[in-house]
Structure formats: C-alpha cells, structure tokens
Design a protein around this ligand. Sequence first.
Ligand SMILES: Cc1cc2nc3c(=O)[nH]c(=O)nc-3n(C[C@H](O)[C@H](O)[C@H](O)COP(=O)(O)OP(=O)(O)OC[C@H]3O[C@@H](n4cnc5c(N)ncnc54)[C@H](O)[C@@H]3O)c2cc1C
Length: 467
Amino acid sequence: MIDVLVIGGGNAALCAALMAREAGASVLLLEASPRDWRGGNSQHTRNLRCMHDEPQDVLLESYPEEEFWQDLLKVTGGKTDEKLARLVIRASSTCRPWMQKHGVRFQPSLAGTLHLSRTNAFFMGGGKALVNAYYRSAEKLGVQVRYDAPVDRLDLEGGRFVAARVRGQRIAAKACVLAAGGFESNRAWLREAWGQNERGEWPADNFLIRGTRFNQGVLLKHMMEQGADTIGDPSQSHCVAIDARAPLYDGGIVTRVDCVSLGVMLNRDGLRFYDEGEDFWPKRYAIWGRLVALQAGQIGFCIIDSQAVGRFMPPVFPGVQADSLPQLAQRLGLDVGRFMHTLSDYNAACRPGTFDHTVLDDCATVGLVPPKSHWARPIEKPPFFGYALRPGITFTYLGLKTDETAAVRFGGVASDNLFVAGEMMAGNVLGQGYTAGVGMSIGTAFGRIAGEQAARAALKEATLAQA
Ligand SMILES: Cc1cc2nc3c(=O)[nH]c(=O)nc-3n(C[C@H](O)[C@H](O)[C@H](O)COP(=O)(O)OP(=O)(O)OC[C@H]3O[C@@H](n4cnc5c(N)ncnc54)[C@H](O)[C@@H]3O)c2cc1C
C-alpha cells in the first residue's frame, strides 16, 4: 500500500508530495487534468510574497514579519487566524532555498508589474516553470504521478482516511493530503453562491475563470457532506476585473487590465462607481472584480488616454482605440451623452498637482462623487483607449478548517492521517481580501507541512504494524 496519497497537481500538492517523499514515504499524486494541463492555477502564477529582514537575492530592502502581518490584517479586515497567518509569514522567509533545491529559479520583478520588487519573489519562467520543475524533481525522487485521475470521493472511517475513489477505482493509502483547489471552476456552484441580485440577474453567469477548469470543488463538497469542519464564505473569492474578451477558462495573467488607477472606470450606464485612485494598484486590484460584479450586466469600462500608455503592463488584447471621446463611447457601445457628461465632470474636477504614479500623489479630484484620490489627471490627450472588463475569478475562499498541523478536522477533532493544503484551506488565513503573492505563500507553507505530517502519520502506522 502507498504511504501518502496526494490529491491535486498544483503547487500545494507538489510541495506536499516532495516533502513526504523526502521524509521517506512512498508517494502517489493524483492530478485530475491531462498531463498537458497539469498544475492547476499554480501554472498561472508569477511570484510569492516573502518576509525578509534584509535584501536577499531578488528581494530588495526588507519586509519584516510585522509589516507582512499588518498588510494581511488590513486586507482581510481581521478575518484571519493570526497563528496560521504568522506561520505562513515565517515559512515564507525560509522556503526559497528548498524551492531552489527542487529546480525553481527566481528573477527580479519586472518593471510595470505591481510594484512588488520589495515584497515578492518572481519565478523565472512563471508558475508554469515552477510546476514543471517540481514535477521533474518529484519524478526523479520516485513520486508516482497519475494524470486524468479526478478523485470523486474518499472512504473515511471516523475521520481517518482509508481510500480515494477515482472513477470507481479504489486507491488505498496510509495517509492523504487534499490539495485539489477551490471551487472557482464550478459555474453552477458560483451561481448558487452569488445568487440572484435585485435586478433579477445571476451575476456569476457573467464571470470568467482566470485559471484552470479542473478546480470543480468536487472534493470540497464531498468533505463538507462528510462533516469536515469548514471555514469561509462561499461568495468570497479573489476576483479581478479582466478583459471581457478573455476565454472562459485559463486566460491567465495576460488578460488582467492594470490601468484602472491611471484612468476612470464607468459602468454600462456611463457612470463612475468607485475611487480608482484610492490606493496603490497592488493593494486595490483585487477589489475591482467584485465592484464590477455589483454593476448592471457585470461589466465595467476602463477609460484612459495616451498619457497612461507605457505606465502599465499592456494586456494581451489591445484596447479599443479612438481619436475622440465621443468616438470611443460609440465604439464601446456606450451612450455618448452620458459618457461625455461623466468624463466632462471628471476632467473639470481634477485638481492640478504633480503626477507621480510611484507615490500616493496630490493629483486628486475636488467635489466629485465618488472622488478619485490620487493620479487624477484630465483624460484629454488622444488617442483614447477603452477596455470592457468582466469579473475574473482567481480562486474561492471557502475551505476546510485546519490548524498548524494542516490536519482536516471533524467536529473540532483533528484527523490522524488526512491533511489539507493550498486553496482548499487558504480561507483560514484569507477570510476576505488579498495581497499579491500570498496564495503561493500559503500553498507552499501548508503544502510542506501537510506532506511532512502525512509522511509522519504513514510511517508511524508502518512502524506500529511491524511492532
Ligand atoms: C491567473 C492567476 C494568476 C495568479 N497569480 C498568482 C501569483 O502570482 N502569486 C500567488 O501567490 N498566487 C497567484 N494566483 C493564485 C494561485 O494560483 C493559488 O493561490 C495557488 O496556485 C493555489 O495552489 P493550489 O495547489 O492550492 O491549487 P491549484 O494550483 O489550482 O491546484 C489544484 C489542483 O487540483 C487538481 N484537482 C482539482 N480537483 C481534483 C480532483 N477531484 N482530483 C484530483 N485532482 C484535482 C487540479 O487539476 C489542480 O492540479 C494566481 C491565480 C491565477 C488563476
């Protein structure tokens, strides 16, 4: 019998598989996707957030534990487990040498990304290269990998893992790690979680899924039915405004539109609805998916002029271009009169200041509702560009409750041999909100803990059986 069964094939699963194998356990990893699509949402990532007290290879200056914690506290509005959050933060300061040992390479952050050179370590080649490096290392170490292996349920006995079922086949193991992502790819579940709004719309029907199509939440739902303790609200997720032309799944990072803070955002009725310059973009980009989801038709329109060009990472699809604002409104399918009214009001309200996108500058609007607090410059220099944006779900926060051992819990009691990592438990640390790169910090920290704990549980069982 296999010692440790790892369910999932992204960052958290791979970290768990590698740690379990290093601890001496035999390991089988079951990935729902075919080999070509392996790696879940992790294949789309670019970096992880790391605590450090002094400059380290690709990381500038310092990012102490307290600052990381305060950032997390702020974005989650206190909906976080401090013990587990600090565990993740501390682990983020020591994980990179281990990642490098398994073939992951880092590079300095790119100019024009989310100003992350101090806080986030970027993977050379992105998440795809990270995932490929981990698979290579895992295979070299003797981890068995099965693709096209979606687990649909588990056999449990009093909170203990006994076996997993893959299309009717029973796979027994001494311990198991669940790292099968959230339920962000499951459109029916998203629909149910978001419900119907006051306009009679089902907002989730207009969501796009930025990552894998394989995170259907089958095991999450199954575990909930089995009485596992859960954490988080099903309607909470990391949700970004992305190009409305993005594909339904796997559009990835290149469909994100990062010029909101340089322009204005309008809804279908041609009205602004939120302060585009409230704070630095890395601290605000993850609220715009939800803000757009609350608008009629779940669509928003980001409008910029030529002054913004070159100040943000261009998305994969070029914006709709026009030489005048009325022409832009027309090309975006918006009411020209209302559009011009909003733009004229905005332009007139911009107070002269010294524009500087790298600081919270003094270019703000006066007397406008909602205000634009920083980087407010009249949109007046052609050519003009517009991007239609939709909510793009990154991952959901509903997950399994756990503790510092990564054990799954039933009625408050920790399982002896069933562990959880990654998106499936990220809600313990992220009750709401997000700060860039923390998804991979959580997955790496808990993937490693879960793998080590699962190996320990499996090897203990083997020792007991021999005695
Ligand atoms: C476009 C995009 C960009 C992102 N960028 C970043 C970033 O730069 N930094 C960051 O920290 N986070 C980023 N994230 C979030 C990040 O991807 C997640 O936090 C992280 O990858 C979660 O890792 P995971 O292993 O838990 O999940 P995943 O990587 O999604 O892995 C889940 C795995 O489980 C498999 N699976 C699902 N169901 C089953 C089943 N029933 N049986 C077997 N296998 C199953 C899936 O196929 C998949 O391989 C990004 C996400 C997206 C979509």
